[in-house]
Design a protein around this ligand. Structure first.
Ligand code: NAD
Length: 518
């Protein structure tokens, strides 16, 4: 596209070597037998590192979905919902211990299947460990309120009860953390889980399932509390339509949410949607430039722009725009693109050809709209791995926020725009259909507070980038992002049903609101 500056740090390893590494990690996690693929239901485990196939696996059928839901439903009714919550916590504690033990096995699988660099893959597994710790504590804190009753001798209170089977559908780019956010919390809440992972990360899913089965065996929990179903959208749809699934928690694109949401609504089920973002950061004149540049580069180029919270729009005050942009562009020229399993790499591959096509088309459209590609955008390492898609993260200066900027392109493109007043910045910021993550870089408290109040996203940060959330907060976004909240804070309430109880311990039967009926 323009300046070709990044260089790979290491050769791309051959697929055989990657396959051996995956099989060794799987075996250590307890997956020693992989179901043979049948011609009818074949799912290919691929690696974006070379773009080639590692293994072929059996894909779930509609009958498998039925069996999995039946097993999870029975386990819920006959055992799990009546197991005291702190005892349910023991399962999650054991899972956390096993995750600590196998942190780097799982991280290897995440790098191999999702293309994340080693440090980010290990960070993702750490997030699983953190959420297990959180859920363990939660297992003793599923608090309900007690309210003052208007009637003498009466007690009014709320109690929380398990929901039932939770169907978890996850995206390729967080193949393990999002499962753990849902599963650790759902399990302590007394729910059982049926997981439909991304069709692009089946091996990682099998490893998580094996670790959870081992944790169940070690703690005496029923093994059927968790089921995994490998396959694509059609398998997901069977799960979504299953009336015995009380909650569908689905993470992925807005396109997926537009199908899943109405289907669950049609059967009056519950839905928790975690969909795409189009995240922006505002850099004000008072911003610490060092923080703004570092925060921008990690959020925009990290994970090769394939986080739901990746920074896609930088809205910079015109007085500092040139200086900030120049530094960001300079930092981009030093990003090392290549094998995510090498410790020196900062930017791994895109997940596949479709992502690359989307990136190329977006850059072409942005240029046609008057944008200027300041750095990056070129494909790399094609000679070594013709079926893999390595790209240089791109920075594009845009005159205005055109349609292509308002859409989420799941690739490392950062659009830079300028503003004059904070109101104008907020308008640009909120002028997209998604509402996941946002940030302001400023040292002016008035600006910070105003942005915190006016950003329409579920995540609003000050002086840190848009990506890299901690598990302690509730995670999720507004508008097209779907409105769901998972992980920390009181997100557990989505996984339980609330009952309002009135207990009469008097010898009278007074009616509320003073109603008489005699
Ligand atoms: P995707 O929408 O293609 O697939 C996500 C999951 O949904 C997969 O398991 C897929 O098989 C399943 N699916 C797709 N169509 C379905 C249908 N009709 N019925 C049932 N299941 C269906 O997304 P992806 O490419 O894997 O992931 C990238 C997208 O996910 C991006 O848009 C990203 O922003 C979003 N994402 C959001 C969050 C969040 O927490 N908000 C987190 C990670 C990723």
């Amino acid at each position: 596209m323009t300046t070709s500056v990044s260089s790979p740090t290491s050769a791309i390893p051959p697929t055989d070597e990657i396959g051996d590494r995956a099989e060794a990690a799987l075996a250590r996690c307890g997956v020693d037998h992989l179901a043979e693929a049948t011609a009818a239901g074949r799912l290919y485990a691929r690696t974006p590192i070379t773009g080639e196939t590692l293994l072929s696996l059996a894909q779930a059928t509609e009958r498998d979905v039925d069996h999995a839901v039946t097993a999870a439903h029975d386990s819920f009714r006959t055992a799990w919902r009546d197991t005291p919550a702190p005892e349910r916590g023991a399962l999650v504690r054991r899972l956390g211990e096993l995750l600590r033990e196998h942190k780097y096995d799982l991280a290897d699988l995440v790098s191999i299947e999702a293309g994340k660099i080693r440090s980010e893959a290990a960070g993702e597994v750490q997030e699983m460990i953190d959420v297990c710790d959180f859920a363990l504590g939660l297992s003793r804190q599923l608090y309900g309120r007690t309210m003052a009753s208007e009637r003498p001798g009466h007690r009014l209170m709320e109690t929380w009860h398990p929901l039932g089977v939770v169907g978890v559908i996850t995206a390729f780019n967080f193949p393990v953390a999002v499962w753990a956010w849902n599963t650790a919390v759902a399990l302590v809440c007394g729910d059982t889980v049926v997981w439909k992972p991304s069709e692009m990360t089946p091996l990682t899913a099998l490893a998580c399932d094996a670790l959870l089965s081992r944790a169940a065996a070690d703690t005496g929990a029923p093994t059927n509390v968790h089921q995994v179903l490998l396959g694509g959208p059609d398998v997901g749809e069977h799960l979504v339509d299953e009336p015995r699934v009380a909650l569908i928690s689905a993470t992925g694109s807005v396109r997926m949410g537009r199908t899943v949401g109405p289907r669950v609504a049609a059967r009056l089920g519950r839905c928790l949607l975690e969909l795409g973002g189009n995240n922006a950061a505002v850099v004000t004149p008072s911003a610490d430039p060092e923080l703004a540049v570092r925060g921008t580069v990690f959020a925009a180029a990290g994970t090769a722009g394939q986080r739901c919270t990746s920074l896609r729009r930088l809205i910079v005050h015109e007085d500092v725009a040139d200086a900030i942009t120049e530094r960001v562009v300079d930092a981009y020229t030093q990003l090392r693109v290549g094998d995510p399993l090498s410790d020196h790499t900062l930017v791994g591959p895109l997940i596949g050809q479709r992502a690359h096509t989307a990136m190329r088309e977006a850059l072409t459209q942005a240029t046609a709209d008057g944008g200027e590609v300041l750095v990056g955008g070129n494909r790399r390492l094609e000679d070594q791995a013709p079926d893999a898609y390595y790209v240089e993260p791109a920075v594009v200066r845009m005159p205005t926020q055109t349609a292509i900027v308002r859409q989420e392109t799941f690739a490392p493109i950062l659009y830079v725009m300028t503003y004059r007043s904070l109101d104008e910045a907020v308008e640009l910021h909120n002028g997209v259909s998604q509402g996941l993550s946002s940030a302001v870089f400023t040292q002016d408290q008035r600006e910070a507070e105003r942005f915190l109040a006016l950003s329409d996203c579920g995540i609003v940060n000050v002086n840190i980038g848009t990506s890299g959330a901690e598990i302690g907060g509730a995670f999720g976004g507004e508008k097209d992002t779907g409105g769901g909240r998972e992980s920390g804070s009181d997100a557990w309430k989505s996984y339980m049903r609330r009952a309002t109880n009135t207990v009469n311990y008097s010898e009278e039967l007074p009616l509320a609101q003073g109603v008489r009926f005699v």
